[in-house]
Design a protein around this ligand. Structure first.
Ligand SMILES: Nc1ncnc2c1ncn2[C@@H]1O[C@H](COP(=O)(O)OP(=O)(O)OP(=O)(O)O)[C@@H](O)[C@H]1O
Ligand SMILES: [Mg+2]
Length: 762
């Protein structure tokens, strides 16, 4: 039995002693409170029983010097790793045990962490079941009654064949399951039910969503500026960035761009390492990694896993799903959670897994990598591999010796499932879970960022501006198209004049500019959708707030939109020769600028609801087409049908306000048809403009819309984070109940066929 298992058993036997210690702790706290009250000193969290304080086998000397008492009183090497007892150490004098220099520095900058207990994350899950619901209301069990725990100082690896539920388990633990899933069971962090999204835990997802135009160093530096405390000086931040890059082996590609659709960048494996580097930068207390080594060669995979393990040894809790590690990587795992078809095949010490398989009748052959052996035992695809290789000389040679050749994978899985259920590993896991769940630890607040709101907004503005500047598809291409379209318009309406026919020409020119030309702003939507993917990743990891993102994006896009609208306005205005005078031109240019800003804001709001770029463009185009129709050009304002189209739709249309203002700006003060028709007459009688509102008032309504759409975007994101998961959960539960009722009715009415999609159980 491994030392850790002995420790767990020891803990189980000593549960009574643990209760005693808790009582003792409370008594000590009371005593300290009394002493401090008599000395008139502020209360320190100095006396405290620390369940889950960080430990490090390789740093016993440091640990023993920091621990004032130890459970069992058997010296440092005999201590149960999860139970340490600190008595009478004032918080300011206590050193964090086993933290790396970087972790210590970050830890000290934080105001809410006063002792080492605060950086521990004890995660425990019991009877965790996840079902997915398809559009027909059928369910598939993705995770089936899983129980386990993850503790500080350990790297827990989740392994299993493809589709076995590794990502789903990580998602369920991190509170990130998608909307069509139903989760039951208990997930507890430090003895409490907690929602782990938005910063309480860091999560490196299977996909790498990064900004393609930034280099590796820039990507990590911006992330550091977004999250490291404002008080930390620049050189310190840069030193942290360099050390993280060195840890992840990214120095050689530090100045290479990540890469995007028009620019080849770093390799897939390097991208993976950048994603990990960003998350380990802040030394999170709880870290989830989904396939951190996919796309890496075995040496890189080893070094990445070693870095992750070092992080765990710092007292952090690390859970990673890994597909098929090499034997060197496998040796780095502390705990192994083996899954097949959403069921637990084995959970316990990674080093004990071979013994478990051997005891179940499937020993790992001498020259085989243990992880290969485990996956070979539980991956049903190997049945087909064996069938395909049947008859080959090698297989015939080996089949007498390998028990796997004599049984099907379904049988092997069955044997393993039963063996685990009754094994001492399962019992020890339950005992340990019981201990962990019982003790309420510190509530872990979101630790994603320690930077101030202004620093976040400033950094996001700068990062977004850099990206927009470098990505030719974001604004530069649009600028070229705007110039070309403006030149087309300028030549078609060239020097329009004040003849009788110029009246219609001026109105159609204005309608085209404020309708179709601003319409082209939806071209930036695909780039914005890419930004949103990065935002979603960073937001879920708590890197910054929604408001900082909205401000950053709006401020960074403003100069580009200004350039586009000024250039196009100047070309159109002076080629067409609209109403002479600087302020008339200024109004026209500002109107166009405000209109493109509104379109950008509207597309942001659409992106928060429809994150797919094709669907978003179709939705945006549809809405703008509708707004154009009610702008007052295609149908005069008084002719627009009243109940819906005139009130409220025409008033919601920015085209309407823009056109009303431009008619006044262009026509008032001019005379047409050799002075026989005045601009006032045209504006009032022909174009039915409401002259009670000045053109500047019309412009201010458009400016209000610029703010309003961004506010809608902000509220939609906030709603998505709070209301939508709750609503979708309700709908999923309702669908499930409906299906159950249908099955029940079918059973009552006799043997009719009920569609059923359940995972094939072994
Ligand atoms: N939201 C969902 N909707 C439908 N099916 C789902 C959903 N989430 C998970 N599944 C299904 O659950 C099973 C497990 O998926 P999961 O992504 O967890 O597997 P995995 O072990 O991570 O696989 P891989 O190694 O290929 O990443 C798959 O069959 C998958 O199709
Ligand atoms: Mg996966």
């Amino acid at each position: 039995m491994s030392p850790d298992m002995q420790d767990a058993r020891f803990c189980l036997e000593s549960r009574q002693s643990l209760q005693d210690l808790l009582r003792q702790e409370r008594a000590c706290e009371d005593l300290e409170r009394q002493e401090r009250a008599s000395e008139n000193l502020p209360l320190q969290e100095g006396i405290r029983l620390e369940i889950g304080a960080s430990y490090n086998h390789e740093d016993e000397a440091h640990r023993s010097s920091t621990l004032q008492g130890s459970y069992g009183n058997q010296g440092p090497s005999a201590d149960p790793p999860y139970t340490t007892f600190c008595v009478g150490v004032p918080a300011q004098n206590r050193e964090p045990a086993s933290l790396s220099p970087l972790s210590e520095s970050l830890w000290k900058m934080s105001t809410d962490t006063k002792n080492i207990g605060d950086v521990s994350a004890w995660l425990c899950w019991r009877d965790l079941t996840v079902k997915v619901l398809n559009h027909k209301g059928e369910t598939q069990t993705v995770l089936d009654n899983l129980s386990g725990y993850a503790e500080p100082g350990h790297l827990t690896a989740i392994m299993g064949p493809s589709g076995s539920g590794k990502s789903s388990l990580l998602d369920a633990l991190a509170g990130r399951l998608s909307s069509n899933t139903i989760q039951t069971g208990l997930v507890m962090l430090n003895g409490r039910r907690r929602n782990l999204s938005c910063g309480a835990a860091a999560y490196v997802t299977q996909d790498d969503n990064l900004i393609g135009t930034l280099s590796v160093r820039e990507t990590i530096t911006y992330s550091a500026n977004l999250r490291l405390p404002d008080g930390m000086i620049k050189s310190e931040k840069l030193a942290i960035v360099e050390s993280v890059m060195a840890e992840m082996g990214l120095q050689d590609c530090a100045d290479t761009a990540i890469g995007n659709w028009h620019m080849r960048g770093v390799s897939g494996g390097e991208k993976r390492r950048v994603s990990i580097a960003i998350e380990i930068l802040m030394r999170p207390r709880l870290l989830f990694l989904d396939e951190p080594t996919s796309g890496l060669d075995s040496a890189s995979a080893f070094f990445v896993t070693q870095t992750i393990r070092n992080l765990a040894m710092d007292g952090r809790t690390v859970i990673a799903s890994i597909h098929q590690p090499s034997s060197e990587v496998f040796e780095l795992f502390d705990k192994l959670y083996l899954l097949s078809g959403g069921k637990t095949i084995y959970f316990g010490d990674a080093a004990e897994a071979c013994n478990f398989f051997a005891a179940a009748g499937f020993p790992c052959p001498d020259l085989r990598n243990p992880s290969d052996h485990f996956l070979r035992c539980i991956n049903s695809d190997f049945d087909r591999v064996k069938a395909a290789l049947k008859g080959s000389f090698r297989i015939r040679e080996q089949e007498n010796f390998d028990p796997l050749d004599r049984t099907t994978t379904a049988q092997v899985i069955n044997v393993l499932l039963n063996a685990y259920r009754t094994s001492e590993y399962a019992l020890l896991a339950i005992a340990k879970m019981h201990e962990i769940m019982k003790v309420k630890q510190t509530v872990l607040q979101s630790s994603g960022s320690q930077a101030s709101f202004f620093m976040q907004a400033y950094t996001l503005t700068k990062r977004s501006f850099t990206n927009m500047f470098r990505d030719i598809g974001y604004y530069w291409l649009r600028l070229v198209i705007y110039i070309l379209v403006s030149l087309c318009l300028g030549t078609i309406y060239y020097d329009v004049g004040t003849s009788y026919t110029a009246i219609l020409a001026r109105s159609s020119c204005a309608a085209f500019i404020f309708g179709f030309v601003t319409f082209m702003s939806i071209g930036g939507f695909p780039s914005f959708v890419e930004d949103m993917k990065v935002f979603e990743r960073e937001r879920l990891n708590g890197h910054y707030g929604v408001a900082a993102f909205v401000i950053g994006n709006s401020l960074s896009s403003a100069p580009f939109l200004f350039l586009i609208s000024m250039t196009s306005s100047a070309i159109c205005y002076f080629m067409v020769n609209l109403h002479p005078g600087f302020f008339h031109f200024l109004y026209f240019a500002l109107g166009m600028y405000a209109s493109v800003m509104v379109v950008e804001g509207m597309m942001m709001a659409i992106a928060s609801i429809v994150p797919n770029f094709l669907m978003g463009i179709i939705t945006g185009a549809g809405i703008q087409g509708m707004f154009m129709l009610v702008a007052g050009y295609f149908r005069l304002p008084k002719d627009i049908p009243k109940p819906v189209w005139r009130y409220p739709v025409s008033y919601l249309s920015f085209d309407f306000w823009a056109l009303q203002g431009q008619y006044q700006n262009d026509l008032l003060g001019l005379t047409f048809n050799n002075g026989t028709i005045t601009g006032e007459y045209l504006v009032k009688e022909v174009f039915q403009v409401d002259l009670n509102r000045s053109k500047w008032e019309n412009l201010s309504v458009i400016c209000a819309m610029v703010v309003l759409y961004r506010l809608v975007f902000f509220l939609m994101i906030k709603m998505k984070e709070t209301v939508t998961p709750w609503l979708r959960g309700k709908v999923a539960r309702w669908s499930l109940n409906r299906r159950k009722a249908a099955v029940h009715t079918a059973a009552r009415n006799g043997p009719t066929y009920v569609p059923r999609l359940e995972r094939a159980t072994p």
